[in-house]
Design a protein around this ligand. Structure first.
Ligand code: CA
Length: 706
């Protein structure tokens, strides 16, 4: 593998903004393939993972291996913002509830797409710099006439499902710290439960449960210990603290539970997927060693009290951003001839875990991704056996999976008929470098600081960079047999642009990807059966529902998130603008998307570089420390945030006012005056000019390059 440099994250992209225009709803036409109501009852999708096990497998089969060829668009709806979309829509009683960027909620008629109501929580845009990965949202929860949404600025809000009116609104985080929320709340009994994010910026993770009726907090479970001097909140924190060393609390410690959580009514347990350390670098975080519980763990707690029951740590002494926040699926499997109640997860670290969910006992752990940090998991101890180079962080040694993971947040699905778990996987090498400058190993900044020097991942300044990437980063959909611990089939490896997965009793699965398409595969063998152009990249998982004898497939399309913010290197080459849009399909659907308007923008001619090469080099270093996670490695943005190489002269004129003065805070570009000197801000500008000139000359020498 030609991975000499690296690329932190993923997927495909899009550039620029577009005016939002709402599609007119398609007229209802007589559905040609309608089954009778008796054979196809109205079927909602009322919770995040569909059923309590979050299997994302629907019993609907009107759209199936035979009929899927006749699937067509029923309607589409353009959201009002053009940042990332990661939402699982819910469909309850004829209304589709879907979230866009900035935690906005759209309630749409599920048959024709007409807007019923819209809720904007008016998130302070300055919070953009408090998050790692764009102002995304993965969806709402529904309970008894209430729609519950968690907002990017850390609130949990209950809305009237009929009207969108606010019933209650509580702050679940300290607004002065870099906490954000992107996850979907989960319902357990009379409570709504939510975690948070921010482990890249220095926080301590926790999960909180609130009474659905009143919004009052019932319990809070911290995932990592705080300062011992303050006393521990629980026996679990007392136990966890024994696995930490140094002064981790000054960094926050991390362990943010920003995505997966599942309530198990059978066993009355609530499972939490816990994230990475804050900072990533374990040598900085906990210098004298230690496993650092409950980082990168699955933790089971009592839903009534939040009391700890069991845990399994996937990656002891996590240091690569190997979160265990990825999708958790509950199922009943027959293992070694015995029925077992299991929990399944394919976390970032590349191993597929099957646990007994009553006890946390490890039943199997097999490699599903491309992995070079460990050879296997010792079934006696339950611990991974690390390779000799696993923790060599010299800026040259390649780590696989990367911090993007072998699988990130796009949900899997499990089809009990095929017995397969369908996993969207990634291969994206990364190189880590021990901190060189003091500020990479200093806690409390509240800006992205992972305890590694990120200059290791500066892409080489070669014109064919995008082509080089083709052979280095990839993604594919893998159909995984969880009982035998091996893949049954896999899609052709391609760009790492696969979104979440839906599986149905029609013997098919749906996944967005393949350069802006929604694709249906045969669940048994992976044959591609159908696809449609959605005119943008897709990260979110599709859902399905039925109304009046008609089955629908719905997807919230759109690019952004961590994939765009950091993955600009990969995203950059795909020259399609992002559209944040809900698309709904049915058999015989005839609705057409508007034609794509070609991007005719022209890059302004940059002014010449006026600084020495040493200054440009200094700018390169400071840029990759402070700016890269939003504006992209090597200035190749994923399109959600501006490509600085395209900055007009007017922007260069007020450069210091933007970077240090914070005049664009209302758009999310906060002041960096605490982290960047005037001299360094100018050095960044000179680096931007150097790269802008290189791109400009190339574009003019070779149209379409970049
Ligand atoms: Ca992380």
């Amino acid at each position: 593998m030609r991975a000499i440099f690296v690329v932190l994250i993923i997927l495909l992209a899009a550039c620029g903004r577009q005016e939002s225009t709402q599609e007119g709803a398609a007229p209802q036409e007589a559905p040609p393939f309608t089954a009778s109501k008796t054979t196809l009852p109205d079927t909602d999708w009322s919770s995040h993972g569909l059923d309590w096990g979050e299997q994302r497998h629907s019993g609907l089969a009107q759209i199936n291996v035979e009929t899927v060829k006749d699937l067509g668009l029923a309607w589409s709806f353009d959201m009002y913002t053009q940042r990332g979309v990661e939402a699982t829509p819910l469909m309850v009683n004829g209304t589709l509830y879907v979230t866009g960027s900035w935690s906005m909620v759209y309630a749409l008629d599920a048959i024709n797409g007409e807007l019923k109501w819209f809720y904007d929580p008016e998130v302070d845009r300055a919070f953009l710099a408090k998050g790692c990965c764009d102002a995304v949202n993965r969806g709402v929860a529904y309970s008894d006439g209430k729609v519950l949404v968690a907002t990017y600025d850390g609130r949990l809000v209950a809305l009237n499902a009929e009207t969108g009116k606010v019933i209650w609104d509580v702050q679940t985080t300290d607004r002065n710290k870099p906490y954000t929320i992107t996850g979907a709340p989960r319902i357990a009994k009379n409570m709504v439960i939510i975690g948070n994010g921010g482990a890249e910026l220095g926080v301590r993770g926790y999960v909180s449960a609130y009474d659905i009726e009143t919004g009052e907090m019932v319990w809070r479970f911290y995932t990592v210990p705080g300062n011992p001097a303050d006393g521990f909140e629980s026996k679990a924190m007392d136990m966890a603290a024994k696995t930490w060393t140094g002064e981790w609390w000054k960094w926050g410690g991390g362990g943010t539970a920003w995505d997966s959580m599942v309530y198990d009514p059978e066993l009355d347990l609530f499972y939490i997927g816990v994230g990475n350390g804050s900072p990533w670098n374990a040598r900085v975080r906990s210098p004298e060693g230690g496993d650092n519980l409950f980082l990168a763990s699955i933790v089971a707690v009592r839903p009534d009290t939040g009391e700890y029951v069991w845990h399994y740590q996937t990656t002891p002494r996590e240091t690569w951003d190997y979160t265990a926040t990825q999708h958790i699926i509950l199922a009943d499997l027959e293992i070694d001839g015995k029925p077992r109640k299991v929990l399944m997860q394919a976390p970032k670290n590349g191993f597929f875990y099957v646990l007994d969910r009553a006890t946390g006992e490890l039943l199997s752990a097999e490699i599903y991704g491309v992995v070079n940090w460990a050879t296997h998991v010792d079934m006696e101890t339950g611990r991974p056996v690390e390779t000799a180079n696993a923790r060599v962080f010299d800026g040259k040694n390649i780590s696989l999976p990367s911090n993007a993971g072998a699988h990130n947040w796009p949900p899997m699905s499990y089809n009990p008929d095929t017995g397969l778990v369908y996993i969207p996987t990634l291969v994206m090498p990364v190189a880590f470098l021990q901190p060189i400058e003091d500020q990479d190993s200093k806690p409390g900044g509240g800006r992205w600081n992972v305890g590694f020097d990120r200059i290791a991942n500066v892409p080489p300044p070669v014109p064919n960079f995008d082509e080089i990437l083709e052979g280095v980063v990839s993604g594919q959909l893998i159909a995984w047999d969880p009982v035998n611990g091996e893949p049954r089939w896999a899609s052709e490896p391609g760009r790492p642009d696969g979104g979440g997965v839906l599986s149905t009793a029609g013997g098919i699965i749906f996944q967005g990807g393949k350069g802006g398409r929604l694709v249906s595969y045969n669940a048994a063998d992976g044959d591609e059966l159908w696809s449609a152009d959605v005119q943008t990249a897709v990260m979110a998982p599709p859902i399905t529902y039925a109304i009046n004898g008609q089955q629908y497939i719905a997807i919230a399309a759109g690019f952004g998130g961590g994939f765009a913010a950091e993955g600009g290197t990969v995203a950059h080459a795909w020259k399609v603008r992002n559209r944040s849009r809900v698309l709904v399909y049915k058999l015989g659907g005839k609705h057409q998307l508007p034609a794509v308007v070609p991007d005719t923008r022209v890059m302004p001619e940059p002014e010449p570089v006026t600084a020495s090469s040493e200054v440009v080099q200094r700018g390169t270093v400071v840029y990759h420390r402070q700016c890269e996670y939003c504006h992209g490695a090597g200035l190749r943005t994923g399109g959600v945030n501006p490509d600085l190489r395209w900055s007009p002269a007017a922007t260069h004129d007020i450069w210091q006012d933007i970077v240090l003065g914070g005049i664009l805070e209302a758009r999310g570009m906060v002041s960096f005056s605490e982290y960047v000197s005037e001299e360094d801000a100018e050095a960044i500008r000179q680096y931007v000019l150097a790269e802008a000139n290189r791109l400009y000359q190339r574009e003019h020498a070779e149209p379409g390059g970049g």
